[in-house]
Design a protein around this ligand. Structure first.
Ligand SMILES: Nc1ncnc2c1ncn2[C@@H]1O[C@H](COP(=O)(O)OP(=O)(O)OP(=O)(O)O)[C@@H](O)[C@H]1O
Length: 402
């Protein structure tokens, strides 16, 4: 699958007004116990994140399961109320808009969900499902509702004759197309897609990813795409935010992230991505298997949240939380001892526990002479996460239509 060939450089983004701006966004889910339901703790699902999304770009959000990606998506679409922080859309503070005041906003901000099976009502026809946004907003499209919905079905690669059919008559990929048609019905400006292809067969994933790409060009959409799969994120994103335990640990354009990642966790994620070309496999540098589980978001580690699994951790990582700052133009990272950038707190000694946190894995030698890779691999000391971290799967090339 080819990558998007357009990268929005920082210079281009910084001169424009963002479509979406998020500042210090927090979501803590209370944990209640006892008869009185008193709050005893909280799941710190999103714990102070800042980012901007510019018109026409795709921001990919990646991280292990439970790091807060979906919660972030639901916060920026205002499906849930934040505990703290601010969400601005087109310069307007929408953080605490009431349901009524949010209604007109819903036209501009839409969400595509992961599971095309549970997100479509099985008792409703495709026509009813895709026309629901018009009814909810009280909008009568020009040329009539049915015509318009049939055009939408065509836009997402379905037949207008599917109008009277039911969801169970469709495959997973087709159902996701129906979900996309519904999300695009009111021509939103921002679409937040939460794992849009992870429930689909690998052979179908590329078709849906390519459809999202085409629709972005055709309709001038802005995307926030959430995924745990780095090969999907790499294909669709202009810029990428890497999340770990409720925080953004690195944020930059795709090329910088893949050619010179700065956060050790990003390296860990990337080294888990298989190299599809067997001639290039041997070029992948030594990997580090991260041992240990992701800590609980109820009581995340002090200082840098990644320090309990990081092979570079020092005393300062245990005590001081590194801020997310730009160490290069357009490349933000939250790390005291980044890779591919000057050490922020030099002269510190690596903790004894940090040496135990990882295991080196040397890749097998290639069978035939290797060619130069077109883009640098993750670099020395790239890491591999054990357990249910990124489970990369390279979506297949466009295959015959489902
Ligand atoms: N409604 C809720 N009540 C309590 N805890 C929640 C709720 N929703 C999410 N969480 C918790 O918040 C944390 C972040 O969850 P979230 O679903 O945002 O992560 P994620 O990165 O999207 O993971 P996944 O890919 O598995 O969905 C998890 O520990 C999750 O259990």
């Amino acid at each position: 699958m080819l990558e998007k060939d357009v990268t929005i450089p920082e210079q281009a983004t910084s001169s424009r007004e963002p479509l979406l701006r998020v500042e210090g966004l927090v979501k803590h889910f209370p944990i209640r116990r006892g008869l009185l339901g008193r709050q005893t703790a909280a799941v710190k699902a999103v714990d102070g994140i800042d980012f901007e999304v510019y018109p026409g770009e795709t921001l990919g959000v990646v991280g292990e399961s439970g790091c807060g990606k979906s919660t972030m998506g639901r916060l920026i679409t205002r499906l849930i109320e934040p505990t703290g922080g601010k969400v601005e859309f087109e310069g307007r503070d929408i953080t605490h808009l009431s349901m009524g005041k949010m209604r007109p906003m819903r036209r501009d901000v839409q969400m595509i969900f992961q599971d095309p099976y549970s997100s479509l009502n099985p008792r409703h026809t495709i026509g009813t499902i895709v026309s629901a946004p018009f009814r909810l907003q009280g909008v009568e499209p020009e040329g009539g509702l049915k015509n318009h919905v049939q055009e939408l079905l065509q836009l997402v690669g379905l037949s207008p004759e599917h109008y009277n059919r039911y969801p169970h008559e469709f495959s997973g990929g087709q159902r996701q197309r129906i979900g996309i048609a519904r999300a695009l019905a009111l021509r939103p400006k921002l679409v937040v897609a939460d794992e849009p292809v992870s429930a689909l067969d690998v052979s179908i994933q590329a078709q849906v990813v390519n459809l999202l790409d085409d629709l972005q060009d055709e309709l001038g959409l802005t995307y926030v795409i959430i995924a745990h799969d780095l090969s999907v994120i790499r294909h669709v994103s202009d810029r990428i935010a890497v999340m770990y335990l409720g925080k953004i640990v690195e944020l930059t354009d795709r090329k910088s992230l893949y050619s010179a990642p700065m956060h050790p966790y990003t390296k860990a994620l990337m080294s888990a991505v298989p190299v599809p070309d067997p001639r290039r496999r041997g070029l992948k540098s030594e990997r580090i298997l991260l041992k240990g589980d992701v800590p609980s978001p109820i009581s995340p580690p002090s200082g840098c949240r990644f320090h309990t699994r990081c092979w570079k951790a020092t005393e300062v990582c245990k005590t001081q939380e590194p801020p997310l700052i730009a160490l290069k133009t357009g490349h933000q990272v939250a790390c005291h001892h980044p890779e591919n950038a000057p050490d922020q707190v030099p002269g510190q000694q690596v903790l004894a526990a940090a040496r135990e946190a990882v295991e080196l894995i040397t890749p097998a030698k290639p069978e035939s002479p290797a060619e130069e890779p077109s883009e640098a691999p993750a670099g020395d000391g790239a890491a591999l996460i054990e357990g249910d971290a990124a489970t990369p799967s390279e979506p297949a090339e466009e295959s015959p239509k489902e």
